[in-house]
Design a protein around this ligand. Structure first.
Ligand code: GLY
Ligand code: MN
Ligand code: MN
Length: 435
């Protein structure tokens, strides 16, 4: 499924209406050097892409609100020489038509054209404070307008954080976005299934990473949505383990947190399964606790519940589990209140998901957790991690388990976008038996 460019224009129209008056300026991400003259793979800025669908670097979106709304794109010119080396560029003329702008100009004309677009506008919105050079540039345009005061021209008198308005839009996914997210989720679930099928004792974590990325890329994902975590045994207790350079041992669990990006949209899946295909008794006992916590948390992702409700639901089940494992004693309310679970569960249960894996959008408003609404997408990812320490019995040492799915809040039951990734003990063991 390809991005639908009418969708982006409709988003710009909606934003202009919300803005009411003033000018918004949004630049896409710059290209980044990896080393010497080698670049990182290019990834556009999510806010810019959400509104434009335009994939090239060196591009700026200018939206003018008011009685005569206008939508401009500044982008690279066609360049036969550069296109021989680096490939196709739209150039302003094709970009205007293809992406539905009122006008498009060469990016080299930005400094010359911007001041006149700011004349007599009450306010200007951009992502201030993100890049000092960009701040200086916008101030330069504003000062250029101020320089015309004696000619009766007024300059913008207030600044607006452009991201705040767009964050609020991005928090509620439209049907187009849900389709792309479902595709990212399906391809990522297939990658986890393939990893389960490929896994054998003695393989390297990097070989499983290779299998994951192979399936994602072959399925049509442009890139992994984030650096894959492929963590065998004790490595699962390192929350952001990305070295993926150790051998997988018979009897250990393997925690994989990996997913793809599809036309800009991220999935985010974690599965934990036995390297040899069969859960041991203690592994299974802990796994069932995390799984039950996740089920309770997913069930709490319903309209009018707070963003924190899934976390609270997970905490209760995990804390009960820690009591059952004899790591804690006491009644659940008090233990949760005292955060007694913290030595073994130190992260939150989820985050917004979308164009960014940790997506845009407020979590609290005026200090109060946001209420969930249909169209919001979040992850649900409880875990338990037993680093060796004075309170951890030997049979639990180095066990690390997380289970993560992506959930769309709907008017009814939560929709688990990543349900195709095997998750129950029986389903995982069955998939691994097929090897
Ligand atoms: N993969 C990043 C996260 O789970 O938040
Ligand atoms: Mn994750
Ligand atoms: Mn996550």
């Amino acid at each position: 499924m390809q991005p639908d460019l009418k969708v982006h224009r409709a988003r710009r129209n909606r934003l202009l209406k919300t803005l009411g008056e003033g000018v918004l300026i949004l630049a896409t991400a710059p290209e980044a050097i990896r080393n010497r003259d080698a670049h990182y793979p290019y990834r556009f800025d999510s806010h810019f892409y959400y509104l434009s669908g335009f994939p090239e670097p060196e591009a700026v979106l200018v939206l003018v609100a008011g009685k005569r709304p206008r939508q401009y794109l500044f982008c690279r010119e066609k360049n036969e020489e550069r296109e021989i080396w680096d490939g196709f560029r739209y150039g302003p003329r094709a970009a205007k038509e293809t992406f539905g702008f009122d006008a498009a100009y060469p990016i080299a004309e930005l400094d010359r054209r911007l001041p006149s677009l700011l004349e007599n506008e009450a306010r200007v919105g951009y992502a201030f404070g993100a890049d000092p050079a960009w701040d200086a540039r916008v101030m330069g345009w504003i000062n250029a307008v101020r320089g015309k005061a004696r000619a009766g021209v007024t300059a913008p008198a207030s600044l607006l954080d452009a991201h705040v308005l767009i964050d609020a839009m991005r928090l509620l996914k439209d049907t187009h976005e849900v389709e792309l997210m479902q595709r990212a989720a399906d391809l990522s679930a297939a990658a986890h299934r393939a990893a389960m099928r490929a896994c054998r004792p003695g393989m390297g974590e990097w070989e499983i990473e290779a299998e994951l990325t192979r399936v994602l890329r072959a399925g049509g994902c442009q890139a992994p949505a984030y650096t894959p975590i492929v963590a065998g045994g004790a490595n699962a207790c390192v929350l952001h383990y990305v070295r993926n350079d150790q051998a997988l041992r018979d009897g250990d669990l393997l925690l994989i947190d990996a997913a793809g990006e599809y036309h800009g949209y991220a999935a985010d899946i974690t599965r934990t399964f036995p390297v040899n295909g069969r859960f041991g008794a203690v592994q299974k006992e802990v796994y069932e606790i995390v799984l039950a916590a996740q089920a309770a948390a997913i069930d709490a992702a319903r309209p009018s519940h707070s963003f924190n409700a899934p976390h609270e639901a997970a905490l209760r089940v995990l804390t009960q589990g820690l009591v059952d494992l004899k790591l804690l004693a006491g009644e659940i309310d008090g233990l949760v209140e005292a955060e007694a679970y913290k030595p073994w569960y130190m992260h939150r249960t989820g985050h917004w998901l979308g164009l960014d894996v940790h997506d845009a959008g407020e979590y609290k408003r005026d200090g109060i957790w946001r209420a969930l609404e249909p169209g919001m997408t979040l992850t649900v990812e409880p875990g338990l991690y037993f680093r060796p320490g004075k309170d951890v019995p030997a049979q639990l040492e180095n066990l690390g388990i997380r289970i993560e799915d992506d959930v769309l809040v709907t008017a009814d039951a939560p929709r688990v976008l990543t349900a195709a990734a095997p998750k129950s003990v029986a389903d995982i063991e069955e998939v691994m038996l097929e090897r």
